[in-house]
Design a protein around this ligand. Sequence first.
Ligand SMILES: [Zn+2]
Length: 405
Amino acid sequence: MPRIKKATREYLKEHNRSLVFKHLFDHDSISRAEIARITGLTPTTVSDIISDLLDEDLVQEVGVGVSIGGKNPILLSLVEDSRWLIGLDLAQNQFRGAVVNLRGKIRQMVSLPVNDRDGDEALKLVYEILDRLIENAEQPIQGIGVGTPGLVNTSQGVVLNAVNLNWKNLPLEDLLRQRYRLPVYVVNDSQAAAIGEYTYGKDHRTDDNLVVINARHGIGAGIIINGALYYGDGGSAGEIGHIVVVPEGGLPCRCGKHGCLETVASAQALVNRLRSLASQHPSDGLPRSAKEITLDAIEEAFVCGDELARQEVLETGRYFGLAISSLVGILNIHKIVVSGDMARFGEDWLDAVKDAAAEMSLPGLVKNTQIQIGELGSNGIILGASAMLATNYALLFKREPVLNP
Ligand SMILES: [Zn+2]
């Protein structure tokens, strides 16, 4: 019995500490009294926890707030550089890693081109980035978060299948934990993008639910429900890129099927389509040679009002809208964020997405749905991967990096 009591007491202490820490994380500055008021914890409990957090250098006193009766309260704030984390983004052409602080500020970055490397060679590239970041960091790193393309078993940190990297059942989490003796999280890139937007995008943390659709080489979604990433039973919730949207005569997809969302709405699909169309209908805004028709060239033509470029870019927006109408119908989540390569086409593209979503959804459902472009730009996946650790308050509390049990 006493042992159970002790375990319960320790669990409660850790739970309360996480609760207090969450409010410090969510506010620029906040007083002990305000934390007690929001959490319902007693002032003594809050003071004790703050005292522990001050000892651990996670929190500092930053000034005096306005009194609502009694003496002026002391304001507390997170020490944003008290813990450093690493976020990795294993993108199609380039692997990027960064040392990130608790407020999502990047302190150091290493990028390496992939140059078609795959298998063990691609894994070596991951090690090279991490070696360099850890070697040059001015203080210990608390953990590593990875956003990888492909299907991931998140509970075991295993990359089940990443076609372009030729990784099958790769135990990435175990490999990194053994090599660096640090806690490691592995999620897929869309899930990382969702955590990034939710944690560091303005105002998102005030919502309980959020869907982030990430469009790069592939398309995927990360789904946040009640403030936490929803993984699904197999860890792969949100794989919307392979929903068939062209049931008859669709293009072949890298998954082996035909007519998937990725074949018509990804950046690669757009580039391929304009390369083939421009050879039949030369346009003034696009380069003559197919090889020179890149996403940058398409963006330039789109901005200049080139008709062909505009038509095809907006068409991808319509397919996004179609996918969003399914998500809205199933989840009824009010805020949907789109991020990644296609977001560069801005408000005009977003309007096409919104129009199509409105047209294809139940009017009552879509009326309350906000669709917006992500705020974190190209660093969203790095920030999301590191945020997997930044929001693990129990992990942060321990100053010395330790392995999870
Ligand atoms: Zn597919």
